[in-house]
Design a protein around this ligand. Structure first.
Ligand code: FES
Length: 177
């Protein structure tokens, strides 16, 4: 597994972006920018939020670290442990489960040789399960970064894995750049 990144300072471009987001909100309401800033922080920190990075976010927004921890730990899109370059999020809520999410999950586990919640030894892939991705009509569904893949079959999963392997897929890109 690759070394664990731990950003506690953003570059000027990222700080400018964050300040533009903070300035969308009334003075004293900078906490409203927390979700977008956490997305940016996670993307900049190789896909996860260390406590040091969350403390840095708290200092940027002039709020208490606990206010950042409670939001980051609530939403499944935030990772509080290091992850691989490509995080495969498999929806396992009712409609996806009824349409074969378990088979898709088992297929990814078998192909990558890891269990849900784990990362491949080369640091390329992590598998997670998540709750409803709001695309139930096209179940089963997975999310990889900003991409949705719907009506998934094991054949489609194989095609995606081959593509991601060959292009060294990185799923944690900054959605605001
Ligand atoms: S249950 Fe999977 S997208 Fe809604």
């Amino acid at each position: 597994m690759q070394s664990k990144p731990n950003i506690t300072e953003f570059n000027t471009e990222t700080l400018d972006l964050i300040n533009r987001i903070i300035n969308r909100y009334p003075e004293g309401r900078q906490k409203s920018a927390l979700l977008p800033v956490l997305h940016i922080a996670q993307a900049e920190n190789s896909g996860w939020l260390s406590s040091e990075t969350m403390n840095y976010v708290a200092s940027l927004l002039d709020i208490q670290p606990i206010e950042v921890y409670e939001v980051a730990s609530f939403y499944s899109m935030f990772n509080l442990q290091p992850v691989g370059n490509c995080v495969i999020e498999v929806c396992h809520t009712g409609p996806c489960w009824l349409n074969g999410a378990d088979e898709i999950l088992a297929h990814f586990e078998s192909r990558l040789g890891i269990k849900v919640g784990e990362t491949t030894p080369d640091g390329k892939f992590t598998i997670k399960t998540v709750e409803c991705l709001a695309a139930c009509g096209n179940a089963p569904v997975i999310q990889v970064g900003t991409e949705y893949h719907e009506k998934l079959t094991t054949q489609k999963a194989d095609e995606l894995l081959s593509k991601w392997q060959s292009e060294n897929k990185i799923s944690h890109t900054n959605p605001y750049l």
